[in-house]
Design a binder for this molecule. Sequence first.
Ligand SMILES: NC(=O)c1ccc[n+]([C@@H]2O[C@H](COP(=O)([O-])OP(=O)(O)OC[C@H]3O[C@@H](n4cnc5c(N)ncnc54)[C@H](O)[C@@H]3O)[C@@H](O)[C@H]2O)c1
Length: 397
Amino acid sequence: MAGKTLGIGVIGAGQIVRRHALAYRAMPNLARLVAVADIDPKRAQAAKEQYGFAEACTDHRELLGRKDIDAVSICTPAGSHSALVVEAIEAGKHVLCEKPMATTLAQADDIVAAADRHPDVIVSFVFQLRSDPTHRRIGWLIREGHLGRALVAKVCVRLRKRPEYYKSVPGRGSWKSDGGGVVVNQAIHQLDALIMLMGRPVRASAVMNTFVQPMEAEDTLLGWVEFEGGALASLDCSVCAQKKEFSIDIMGERAGVRLTGDPDSQKFQWPIFARGSAAKKAIQKAGLKAFPAPPDPKSKMASLKKTIAKIRKKEWIPPNTWGHGPHVQEFLESIVAGGPAPVPPQEGRRSLELATALYESAKSGTIVELPLGSDCRLYRGMDQYESPDRAPTPVPV
Ligand SMILES: NC(=O)c1ccc[n+]([C@@H]2O[C@H](COP(=O)([O-])OP(=O)(O)OC[C@H]3O[C@@H](n4cnc5c(N)ncnc54)[C@H](O)[C@@H]3O)[C@@H](O)[C@H]2O)c1
């Protein structure tokens, strides 16, 4: 692969295509944009013109059949991910698919099986917090024991979506098309980060409701998780909030940390709580030494470069320092190196498994044990759960 740039195709030209296209374009030595496909021809054409793809088409199979495409980004709604990812793998293309990995664990396992059949293909899922230095720093501080044993985490994902967000796209916020509501679409990033920080979940429980949003699935869920080793976490997720808040608080035996900022943040805050300022400073210093802060995207130098591009009437391509940028870069580098993928299928499945456990608990009113396999009632999705032949077996009295 060395010396050759990778031909890139993108399937799905909605909101998120921009972040993929700009991240690839920031690395012209590694990648070139070849084609974009969207079932909506206007969107495909608009993306071609806006981001500089060589071609646009309406059928992803046309894109997968091209010899000059080595890798594809899949940026379509979650309900279509598994079929498209499996098709791309079978066509021999490396795949970077947006979160969530799929809408059901059955679909996720189809992807795992396809990736196992094609070990030479790199398959990865977009969980950009995994590439963020602040999240990596906190993970390192926990693993190295700087906070003492991690005891309790508190996750808060609160935002307000306008009703039009759900009304504008058929199936948005539905079980079939999106796989659920706030948990699987918004809080999935924090679930993934929680697993990365706290370890393997073993039990979970939740309650959920659809209070105000015009959607089929939940707009609010409250829950708790127990991890291997006994640590606990509470979850508070809603798209009905007045005040936006994204945070993961971790209480350790000796010190705590509050990680704030949404997945789009250019900068995350990570105040440390410890007894005495010396202890606090020592933890901060160790963390920053292990995982330095990335260059500030709003620095004077960055603003100057942006202004110069504007004066020269050139498009401004931000460097890959935050959000999708470093994540897409790691995907490309993993292709060049022959692996491993930044978030391989088994890793992408973990947050979906936890989301499924929370949904199953809320639906059945029970505490759900993990891991979840094909015997889980929600394995094939919420619509299958309700079908009479998959109804839970009554307990004999
Ligand atoms: N990582 C993040 O922070 C982040 C942020 C936003 C969205 N996303 C994810 O990105 C994905 C897309 O989200 P979006 O906001 O761009 O959605 P969107 O509705 O704006 O765009 C989806 C596009 O896919 C197209 N499409 C659907 N089926 C297709 C098919 N079979 N072939 C080709 N095109 C098809 C639609 O016409 C539409 O243009 C979702 O999985 C979403 O969860 C991730």
